[in-house]
Design a protein around this ligand. Sequence first.
Ligand SMILES: Nc1ncnc2c1ncn2[C@@H]1O[C@H](COP(=O)(O)OP(=O)(O)O)[C@@H](O)[C@H]1O
Ligand SMILES: CC(=O)OP(=O)(O)O
Ligand SMILES: [Mg+2]
Length: 349
Amino acid sequence: MKVLTVNPGSGSLRLHVVDGDDATEVGDVESVVDRHGTVDVVAHRLVHGGADVVEPAVVTSKVRAAIAAAESLAPEHVPKSEKLLDQLTELLPRATHVICPDTAFHRTIPAVAHTYPLPARWRARWDLRRYGFHGWSFGWAGRRAAVLLDRPVTEVNLLVAHLSGGCSVCAVSHGRSVDTSMGFTPLEGTMMAKRSGTVDPGMLLWLLREGKLTVDELEDGLYHHSGLLGLSGTSDDTRDLVRDAREGNVKARFALAVFEHRTRRELAAVAASLPRIDALVFTGDIGWDQPETAEGVAGGLGVLGITGGLSRQRAQDSVISAPDAKVPVLAVRSREELELARAAAHTVR
Ligand SMILES: Nc1ncnc2c1ncn2[C@@H]1O[C@H](COP(=O)(O)OP(=O)(O)O)[C@@H](O)[C@H]1O
Ligand SMILES: CC(=O)OP(=O)(O)O
Ligand SMILES: [Mg+2]
């Protein structure tokens, strides 16, 4: 079965044609049709499907309407997914289109961890809860980690950090998500490339109440001008910032230090949902290609028994901590396309 996977992230669009274990990256939507017009299934990554799209599903008019209703829950992502879904449905009318929400992996989070302590009436009326995102990445990283540790996935307890344009961490116990840093929207949790992550809700209320910012200005600031970009004032890319910090740029160094601090803080928070920590796994673009960041995060987690001194090699997925490390640290390249293809194939079967 040939599956086209469509992954619109906040900063990139990734298209792959997956055939079994083989994934070929495709440049743009038009060349997909020219070169791979015969795909059987299209797997569309959907960051947020609200309360109604929580599992992979074949796209029907009812599902399409539910996706439209979730637009404002993830304004950076859902409108992009809708555009691609409509475009590809028209270009590939004979393929089965499957929508694959990031939130599906986190359905196993227990109520104590997914409940916000808000008025019961609000929660019931608007489904206010922690959904969690990056599920396709966490699912893959969890299974790869078990293979690298040579243990059944059903026996390991993992801390996983997906660090990329969007960043979140997850506690994965026995292959299932038990807690994660992103919440009702992909704005909560760790600091990101351009997004703030968690900030005091009282501060946001103050900014609005006192008329310092409008709702639109606040949204734009939190989604597009915060995180690494907001603190450094120059770049949202750790590759630039690591280079600049090395050359003595104080703001770049500080942005990276806050990023590492916030990642450690969220990892320590979700660690409380695990019975023990068998490994820490880095994934996502930054997790994979920025060894300095992995070192900065792991090196400051001695309280969890995690230590630095990590290997910088990234030729393949591997254990990057020293052989005598109490808690192994792993680097796993994100392969959301393989998880999306697997889920979509399973859905149409
Ligand atoms: N070290 C890095 N390597 C790759 N991308 C990085 C790095 N640091 C920051 N980024 C940012 O992450 C973005 C990729 O984000 P995005 O498309 O949202 O990917 P993902 O879907 O994996 O989060 C890039 O456009 C870049 O701005
Ligand atoms: C959920 C999310 O933030 O996704 P991405 O990292 O792809 O932007
Ligand atoms: Mg992504």
